[in-house]
Design a binder for this molecule. Structure first.
Ligand code: ATP
Length: 518
């Protein structure tokens, strides 16, 4: 039996900071994530995935692709180019409106998103209210009426009202494009720079997040084109191609995964916010008027997808948008509790006919569906699910990394990745490097390598090899020992429980298939 105790620092704030640091250094030390161009001191908010990182990323992407494309008869997948005709971005609204309001602190010279400063202020007020409520719950016990307390306790109500008013004013100012009012709000709320502590702010300015580059040689008169800031538009411009060639009937979906680029103002949270990242998006085309039903449907489907990974439900929460994007009539986020708090992981948006309608207008091509039941043409409405692959990676990785103290007083670092996502599914380990054990281990490796990603390791004592596999998250270690040569069986050790069992070599493949099912 192994007692398991998490080793955590005592104070909550330093705890999450320490944990985050540990996550970043573990990711580097074990070949998951490296800073891009590290030998040149790195490139800000750009990262490379190492030998295990790229496997984990592939597995998450495949898990998404399978659940969206393979599991739905009416969803197909495509792979559109990163470069698109520049008019695409005019039509989609990105040239004119893909901006973030930025503000600089004159003392620290740090740049912030003005809306995020205000949202953080509101979140702090809400947390203060929650603290009061938790205290009152303890004080009043079973008699506590939380709803009444929220509505009537002056302190709690004060905090919640402050939060709501701040968000309300911010939304109104941003909708009116009144940036002076946004700055005034930051001053009125007395928001200080977390680095310098000062309230010495510049004006708020809009900043377009798209990267641009030139296509063609200068002598020919090169055209400015953009690196796509989202994958969705590659789907919209292919709507007709896919509908016709795939004989698709509404409702149907088109899915795609791929790189997107944003010149983010604040890019300081490891792979949470990158300038080059990967999205997994699905646009679902529906009959106008049915979009709310499909919005609910996809909300439920997507939450199920997250839960299947086996993390506690309390790690997820919904966040309905306060400010709807120019294209949406409903939008919500699935937030995950990262080491630095609850943050957006996935967006589910009802985008109406905004995108197809705009591309129809700008291209002059009819982007419509002929509905045989209604005997009429219409521009379908769209419900999209849009999730960041890197953010999902961070969610999975950060939650899985644990330090444990074992019953015998020793410690281990274990990456409790969902088994089906682990980069290496099993390590094949000869107990010692002699007496035919390595040869037998190699034979097992060759038999299984077509079905499973494996690692052969014969270096160091077996305990050290187990620890190495724990740290990279390998769910199974298969050890070939002296007896294996006579009984044709091996010992298989499970990562989380560290339990070992004896299993016949010819049953290994079936065992692993069963264990890796989800
Ligand atoms: P945020 O508010 O965090 O900037 P967003 O609302 O702009 O995100 P969307 O445009 O809805 O994000 O993009 C869909 C998903 O793509 C997000 O839920 C997130 O997982 C991912 N994503 C967006 N921007 C980034 C980024 N800079 N780095 C990594 N992932 C990102």
């Amino acid at each position: 039996m192994h007692g398991i105790l998490l080793i955590l620092p005592s104070n909550k704030e330093s705890m999450s900071e320490d944990i985050f640091k540990k996550i970043i250094s573990h990711a580097k030390e074990y070949g998951y994530i490296f800073q891009s161009s590290e030998i040149y001191d790195g490139l800000s908010a750009v990262y490379d995935y190492g030998q295990y990182g790229s496997e984990l990323k592939n597995n998450i992407r495949n898990y998404w692709w399978k659940s969206m494309v393979q599991h739905h008869e009416n969803i197909v997948g495509i792979d559109a180019a990163i470069f698109m005709h520049p008019t695409t971005w005019k039509a989609s609204g990105h040239v004119d409106a893909f901006n973030d309001p930025m503000i600089d602190n004159k003392d620290s010279k740090k740049r912030y998103r003005a809306d995020v400063l205000i949202e953080d202020y509101a979140e702090k007020q809400r947390q203060k209210a929650e603290k009061e409520i938790t205290k009152a719950k303890k004080r009043f016990g079973d008699d506590f009426d939380e709803k009444l307390y929220r509505e009537t306790n002056p302190r709690v109500k004060g905090y919640l009202d402050k939060a709501d008013e701040a968000i309300d004013k911010m939304v109104k100012s941003l909708e009116a494009d009144d940036l002076a009012a946004v700055k005034q709000l930051i001053e009125d709320l007395e928001i200080a720079c977390p680095i310098s502590g000062s309230r010495n702010w510049t004006d708020v300015r809009q900043f377009n997040l798209m990267f641009d580059t030139k296509m063609g040689s200068l002598s020919e008169g090169a055209d400015k084109i953009f690196l796509r800031p989202e994958t969705a538009q590659g789907i919209f411009v292919n709507f007709l191609n896919v509908m016709k060639t795939g004989r698709m009937k509404v409702p149907f979906g088109i899915a795609q995964t791929g790189k997107a680029f944003r010149n983010e103002i604040v890019a300081r949270q490891f792979i949470f916010r990158m300038r080059e990242f990967e999205q997994m998006e699905m646009q679902f085309f529906v009959k106008p008027g049915t979009e709310m039903e499909w919005f609910e449907f996809w909300k439920e489907q997507r939450m199920e997808w997250h839960k299947k990974m086996g993390f506690p439900e309390s790690k997820y929460r919904w966040h309905d948008h306060d400010k709807l994007a120019h294209y949406a009539n409903a939008a919500t986020d699935i937030e995950f509790e990262f080491p630095f708090g609850f943050k957006e992981l996935e967006g589910i948006h009802s985008r109406t006919d905004f995108d197809l309608g705009a591309h129809q207008k700008y291209s002059g091509k009819k982007l419509q569906y002929f509905d045989p039941e209604l005997n009429e043409n219409y521009v379908p409405y769209v419900v999209e699910t849009s999730i960041g692959l890197d953010r999902t990676f961070l969610a999975v990785f950060s939650h899985s990394l644990q330090d444990e103290k074992l019953d015998d007083g020793s410690e281990r670092t274990v990456l409790r990745l969902p088994k089906f996502l682990a980069p290496i599914k099993a390590a094949i380990l000869p107990l010692v490097k002699k007496d035919g054990m390595p040869e037998m281990a190699r034979r097992i490796f060759d038999d299984l390598k077509n079905d499973f990603m494996l690692q052969y390791d014969e270096k160091d004592a077996i305990g050290r090899r187990y620890r190495r596999q724990d740290a990279i998250g390998t769910p199974f270690c298969i050890t070939v020992d002296n007896e294996s040569l006579s009984d044709n069986a091996v010992t298989i050790r499970e990562r989380d429980s560290m339990k070992q069992e004896r299993i016949a070599i010819d049953k290994l493949a079936a065992y692993l298939f069963e264990q890796l099912k989800y």
